[in-house]
Design a protein around this ligand. Structure first.
Ligand code: NDP
Ligand code: DXP
Ligand code: MN
Length: 384
């Protein structure tokens, strides 16, 4: 099997490469990252891709100098990401890049007939109405990597045309589960980066803590599984053992359970429909003792309530939601805004957005730019 990876240096990207190492029959034809040339150089020397993209131009130049002996082409910028996405020899593109920057490369890969192993949920949230019909038209499967969506996908195997009554989308509840709004006023970056169950990139870890991640995942599920919003129920399950479930019309609930290990959904997407042996811990129900469930507290964690609102309004409002969140999380991680300003900025950008019912890619990117401008206009001092 031949694969290309967008975001090879990140959490999902490096775990994809762990699978490449373990399985031994995957060739990595192309990789891309933002600026981490140290890790890219290591990956080039170990996996010998044919093409490498570093988004930042200066970093690409430095990587070229450092790897002259390898004779591997190094490209940069959006054009470089697009080249990696459509690298002629690859069969599957793993979208492990963070943010809606993934939209254009994902579309290009679908148009080039590549299967998509999709981790980059922001792309579906903002452009699901373009990507899902395009994938259908091009006969390209979108194979979910996100743990919940992989669990749903696994629970749907053998459904024989039976309809989904409900999706039970599990959520850990994040590090602040049980807290009230007044407890969140002085949250620091280090507190929010302490996820109870998963080790992930910084942006998604913050999103898990605000429940924005769950809001993004509800939208992702809606696009992937073609269900109504009302058919998706978020269930807080602090142990993260049940990765999600499907309820059928006769009431049967089929779930996928496992240890919190992203290598399983990544491997399942790559080899679908085959399962392969995989190293790692096995689930021990006796050691666990009990599994618990709660309703999400959407009054404290307004990110989830705002996501539902964005989905109900539809059009480009999920883009306003997502773009505002990407900017707000980056500002919070840079210690420029307080934790509770994340939902505040999302709500404000959603209110300020000019509604477009069926946005094109250009209009999605304009909505993103407008959200950034709105934040700069209203909170200008945080950019100083
Ligand atoms: N981590 C997880 O367990 C899960 C992640 N996801 C989703 O997967 C995606 C990736 O998440 P995660 O792996 O945690 O993120 P990380 O932050 O760990 O990695 C992000 C990757 O994207 C690269 N990147 C960042 N900016 C650019 C750019 N401008 N051009 C090219 N590459 C860029 C980074 O490169 P560099 O290192 O150079 O910055 C890095 O390789 C997200 O959409 C997330 O929501 C979904 C489920 C679980
Ligand atoms: C591993 C994974 O898929 C993450 O998206 C995870 O779901 C985050 O956990 P919570 O958002 O449920 O805290
Ligand atoms: Mn998830």
């Amino acid at each position: 099997m031949k694969i290309a990876i967008l975001g090879s240096t990140g959490s999902i990207g490096t775990q994809t490469l762990d699978i490449v190492r373990e399985q031994g029959d995957i060739q990595v034809t192309a990789i891309a990252a933002g600026s981490n040339i140290k890790k890219l150089e290591e990956q080039m020397r170990e996996f010998h891709p044919l093409l490498v993209c570093v988004f930042q131009k200066d970093a690409a130049k430095e990587l070229r100098d450092r790897t002259k002996d390898l004779n591997i082409r190094v490209v940069s910028g959006m054009d470089g990401l697009l080249e990696v996405a459509v690298q002629p020899e690859s069969e599957i593109l793993v979208t492990a890049i963070v943010g809606m920057l993934g939209i254009r490369p994902t579309i290009a890969a679908i148009e080039a007939g590549k299967k998509i192993a999709l981790a980059n949920k922001e792309t579906l949230v903002t452009a699901g109405h373009i990507i899902m019909p395009l994938a259908k038209k091009c006969g390209v499967p979108i194979l979910p990597v996100d743990s919940e969506h992989s669990a749903i996908f696994q629970s749907l195997q053998g459904e024989n045309g039976n309809r989904i009554a409900k999706i039970l989308l599990t959520a850990s509840g994040g590090p602040f589960r049980g807290k009230k709004p007044e407890d969140l006023a002085h949250i620091q970056v280090g507190d929010a980066l302490r996820h109870p169950n998963w080790t992930m990139g910084r942006k998604i870890t913050i999103d898990s803590s605000t429940l924005v991640n769950k809001g993004l995942e509800v939208m992702e599920a809606k696009w992937l599984f073609d269900v109504e919003l009302e058919q998706i129920e978020v269930v807080v399950h602090p142990q993260s053992v049940i990765h999600s479930a499907v309820q059928y019309e006769d009431g049967a609930v089929i779930a996928q359970l496992g240890t919190p290990d992203m290598r399983l959904p990544i491997q399942y997407a790559l080899y679908y429909p085959k399962r392969r042996p995989l190293s790692g811990d096995r689930l021990d129900l006796f050691a666990l003792g009990q599994l618990t469930f709660e309703r999400p507290d959407t009054e404290t964690f307004r990110g989830l309530a705002l996501a539902y609102q964005a989905m109900r309004r539809g059009g480009n409002i999920p883009t306003a939601f997502n773009a505002a969140n990407e900017k707000a999380v980056a500002l919070f991680l840079d210690r420029k805004i307080a934790y509770q300003q994340i939902p505040e900025m999302i709500e404000s950008c959603m209110e300020a957005a000019d509604f477009i019912a069926n946005p094109t890619v250009d209009e999605i990117l304009e909505t993103e730019a407008a959200a950034y401008e709105h934040i700069a206009g209203k909170w200008g001092k945080v950019f100083a």
